[in-house]
Design a protein around this ligand. Structure first.
Ligand code: AMP
Ligand code: GLY
Length: 421
């Protein structure tokens, strides 16, 4: 069997490594993959957003199943295009991917169906948004409507920052057309939890919960990044909260999408905040989170391809999805300076016998050497019976990976460990 995985980051590497445990899979193509993924899949130089080329490649190479992992091809309709060409896929159709592609859509969906989320207003012109924000309570949260590489959310501490945010998004169009509308949201507080779930549009099976660390520096200081590390499970997410989320958020979301004629199949990511009033949705993603996937999938015991097929075929209720009872910690190693300016092109070396998964995000192969080629270079994931051991093991194993200009946070998992006590 031949599989194509669309995408080329740490998340895709984690998906590919998990798929490789299935011995019926003879070949995995990564489109485009990266220099590190090349150790586990055949990388093909086709951009993840080049839908025509992706479809052509999948047909020419008689791909049996495709996994579309990143948000942009999903929102562009990669699954629709592949399915129309006869290639079975894991991932939502375009009309369902809008749950991530438009914050205005997702906020209105939650309001219409009574799913708990922050109170909000939508603005299509900047004058009205500026006027509203002059009277709004601070801090306020300002979000560009469309995809913005995870950077379209600004938490304004005062009225000046709020107006600057509206100008950046709506007038300067820093995020392009994503900023033609903004959502202004009430500022919520509480621990954040990421819950990735498998769904076939009827049944929803949450995966083990996780916690991202988005800020660049220790103690949650520095700029927002794509994620500097993750742990799973998230200790704040108790069985009682999980049960409440299923009842108040997960099932109502699946049913709401069905009622709108936008049945969601694939991985639906719930970004939650556990507020004093209960769990609320901060954001939906139409895909596996990154770097959450780098701690969640190593804990999956069931065959990933079987579960992915069940999501597509509508048989998830009859398909076992089991996780090990253990824990995982992923420390992201980045190029110092990320998410702003950084140097790249340094050779990466990994000690033989490293007791961790190394999921590569930003690297290229040159003359047989693996060189850094991005801000986030790789994730080192250790698994263990419990979280304290997983965290200390991840930091021991990080020492076995070396490259020039390497930087990582030293406190991944510390907040979770404090919560355990
Ligand atoms: P998002 O890209 O929607 O995940 O937002 C990025 C980050 O901004 C989230 O992980 C939260 O930490 C924060 N955030 C987003 N919305 C809110 C809100 N309404 N209140 C407080 N923090 C928020
Ligand atoms: N780690 C957050 C995301 O994947 O959007």
């Amino acid at each position: 069997m031949k599989i194509a995985v669309v995408g080329g980051g740490g998340r895709e590497h984690a998906i590919i490594k998990k798929l490789r445990e299935n011995k019926e899979i003879e070949k995995i193509y990564a489109l485009p993959g990266n220099g590190g993924i090349a150790a586990d899949a055949e990388c093909v130089d086709i951009a993840a957003t080049d839908l025509n080329e992706i479809v052509r490649f999948a047909k020419e190479n008689t791909v049996d199943f495709a996994v579309v992992a990143p948000d942009d091809p999903l929102v562009l309709g990669a699954v629709d295009a592949l399915e129309a060409a006869g290639v079975p896929c894991f991932g939502p159709e375009k009309k369902a991917a809008i749950i991530e592609g438009s914050k205005v859509f997702s906020k209105n969906l939650m309001k219409k169906y009574g799913i708990p989320t922050a109170r909000y207003e939508v603005f299509t012109d900047s004058a009205a948004a500026l006027d509203y924000l002059e009277r709004a309570k601070m801090p306020a949260v300002i979000k560009a409507d469309g995809l913005a590489l995870g950077k379209g959310v600004i938490i304004a501490q005062d009225h000046d920052e709020a107006s600057a945010a509206v100008r950046t998004i709506m007038e300067d169009r820093k995020f392009g057309d994503s900023g033609s509308q903004v959502v202004v949201e009430e500022f919520l507080t509480g621990p954040e939890v990421s819950v990735l779930s498998f769904t076939d549009g009827k049944t929803v099976v949450p995966m083990v919960s996780s916690m991202d660390h988005k800020r660049a520096r220790d103690n949650d200081e520095g700029l927002n990044t794509g994620g500097m590390g993750t742990i799973a499970p998230n200790p704040y997410y108790t069985a009682e909260i999980a049960e409440r989320c299923m009842r108040e958020i997960f099932l109502p979301t699946i049913e709401a999408m069905n009622a709108e004629g936008r049945s969601f199949k694939g991985c639906l990511y719930f970004g939650l905040m556990l507020t004093p009033e209960g769990p609320k949705v901060i954001e939906y993603n139409c895909r596996f989170g990154d770097p959450e996937t780098q701690v969640v999938l190593p804990l999956l015991k069931s065959d990933l391809l079987t579960v992915m097929r069940a999501c597509r075929e509508g048989t998830l209720a009859e398909t076992p999805v089991e996780f090990s009872g253990g824990a995982a910690c992923c420390v992201v190693m980045a190029s110092d300076g990320y998410p702003e300016r950084y140097e790249k092109g340094y050779e990466i070396s990994v000690d033989v016998g490293i007791d961790a998964d190394v999921f590569v995000a930003g690297a290229k192969l040159e003359g047989g050497r693996l060189l850094t080629n991005g801000g986030r270079v790789l994730g080192v994931t250790a698994t263990a019976a419990d979280l304290p051991v997983a965290v200390s093991k991840a930091y021991e194993q990080v020492e076995k990976v070396r490259f020039g200009n390497a930087y990582y946070r030293h406190d991944i998992g510390q907040r979770a460990l404090a919560a355990l006590k």
